[in-house]
Design a protein around this ligand. Structure first.
Ligand SMILES: Nc1ncnc2c1ncn2[C@@H]1O[C@H](COP(=O)(O)OP(=O)(O)O)[C@@H](O)[C@H]1O
Ligand SMILES: [Mg+2]
Length: 250
């Protein structure tokens, strides 16, 4: 039975799409059949991050409407075995989608995939609720500033009220300079959100370069942020990998 994981944040730009692309690629590379879904209809860009703009023919609205079978609608990644992608509908908003239909889709996904990561729109609006309902786990992505942490708290409350049981926290774009200060903030936010930290990801210009060349991060570099996302993927599969306490530049 597969696991459906929604990736959410209060604020935009914290790295949700980056995280979905990077973690999905790593889970697939580790041998797990993995689907990533773009549920951010307003700002669809997961296809760019994983280099699949040319490969999609349909979207999950067609699957919900019964016009296409799930597996037919999912595009297979040309370079990463086990990785599949389903885009957001370009012309249909979340209010047009029935919650029961979405629950039916996540049930099918659990039968056919080991993992599914859903890229949710920022905030707690209808698109977020659509993406989150029916998820087994949520990854909340924050950056190290107080406002994104507080927004993360609000998202966590909303996720709990939607019945998402397991919440995990990713703190992204951490730089060596602010890490010492951040480590106390991270402890505070873990307490406030009530979510265990699943990983810290470094500010790394390769993330930007990889997305601009439409190449999954894991194929672009194999250190720093790419490695940190790989460790997050491993932790999600249950491997016990200690959390990094200090950045090592070695
Ligand atoms: N760890 C990182 N290091 C450097 N840049 C990053 C990192 N994570 C994300 N970014 C950059 O931040 C911007 C926003 O990331 P994105 O994943 O699109 O955020 P969101 O989906 O939450 O709006 C992008 O330009 C992305 O390349
Ligand atoms: Mg995004």
């Amino acid at each position: 039975m597969g696991k459906v994981i929604v990736v959410a944040s209060g604020k935009g730009g914290t790295g949700k799409t980056t995280s979905v692309g990077a973690i999905s690629s790593c889970l697939a590379a580790l041998g797990h059949k993995t689907l990533c879904i773009d549920c951010d209809a307003g700002l669809r860009n997961l296809d760019i991050i994983i280099g699949m703009t040319e490969y999609t023919v349909t979207d999950f609205f067609d699957v919900l409407q019964g016009r296409t079978e799930l597996l037919e609608a999912c595009a297979e990644h040309p370079r990463i075995k086990n990785l599949y992608f389903l885009p957001a509908p370009a012309f249909h908003g979340p209010e047009e989608i029935d919650a029961d239909d979405m629950a039916g889709l996540t049930a099918q996904i659990r039968e056919q995939f080991d993992y599914c990561l859903i890229d949710a729109p920022a905030g707690i609006g209808p698109g977020f609720r659509l993406a989150a309902q029916g998820a087994d786990m949520a990854l909340i992505v924050t950056v190290g500033d107080m406002s994104s942490m507080r927004d993360g708290q609000r998202v966590a409350e909303e996720l709990r009220s939607l019945g998402v049981r397991e919440l995990r926290l990713i703190v992204n774009r951490v730089s060596g300079r602010n890490f010492r200060k951040l480590s106390t903030t991270v402890d505070d936010v873990i307490d406030a959100i009530g979510a265990r930290l699943v990983g810290l990801v470094e500010e790394d210009e390769e993330v930007f370069l990889a997305s601009n060349s439409e190449t999954p991060l894991i194929l672009y570099e194999n250190k720093r942020a790419a490695l940190q996302f790989l460790q997050i993927a491993r932790r999600l599969t249950g491997e016990r990998i200690p959390l990094v306490k200090r950045w090592s530049r070695a």
